[in-house]
Ligand binder design. Sequence first.
Ligand code: FES
Length: 316
Amino acid sequence: MPFQVNFKGENVIAIEESQTLLEASLAAGIPHYHACGGNGQCSTCRVLVLEGAEQLSEQNSCERVARQVRKFADDIRLACQIKVKGDGLIVQRIVKDETDRFLFINNDGEDLHQVTGIRKKLVLFFIDIRNFTPFIESNLPFDVIHIMRRAFAIFKNAIEQYNGKIIDTAGDGLYAVFGLESKIKTSLDSAVLAGLKILEDIKIFNNTYLRPYFNHQFEVGIGVHAGKVIYGNVGIGLNDNLTVMGYPVNIAARLQAATKEVNNSFVISEYAYQLLKKPPYAVGTARLTLKGISAPFEVKLIGKPYQPVVAFAKND
Ligand code: FES
């Protein structure tokens, strides 16, 4: 008696125990790519297994080689090499047209997890330089960019020291994530340590460089939240930029923006704070009204109040 396989978004097909998944899908009229004729060479028949992986046959040597060369994630299988042992399998074809074929097969060194995207709980970390506009207006373009580079080097060093990854920069701020390779609790501690290091390093930078040479001082605002997001690589063929999307990203950005309102340089959501293994010693609390959230949003304040803006005399 044949089993049933659901090709998501296409059809539910019948498959005999003796058939490969590719043979069954072609027999059912699904336009399943199979450039090498089902010989395990081209990988155009690849499918993403959404449910019922336990109903599939083990990897054979041919599939093992293809998976190793192409760095497939565990949930990607070659339809021409697998058979089905029972009901409950749901799969999705990956190469559905010539554009897909170009994106996936012509992508040297492909890593299908990067390409297809992952949903995972990550720490979202936003940082922005305060009072930068007056500095831009009163200094030479060379100096503005040079100082930006110095400030961003401080951010980058701290973020990378604690295993975070910078996702994007915008103006005088940037956005990073922690937890791509680690568990959420460890990543939260790392994100907080990175943020506290940045606050300390900016203070040193102000005292030893910005104030003596430019008669100025910076402050920064940091917002941290954690939650399930989707990330993946959409810069196919151009670069390996990672994109991270989801509601928690917006919340973290709003927490960063709220640092001014609550007069504290480091705002972390109560949710993220509760997951910390080693919470910081000095902590304040606040309730924010965030766009799109009806209830007040609880946060912890783990930075410092901003200093009043003071004008320094030259060579002060
Ligand atoms: S059809 Fe070529 S690898 Fe499956």
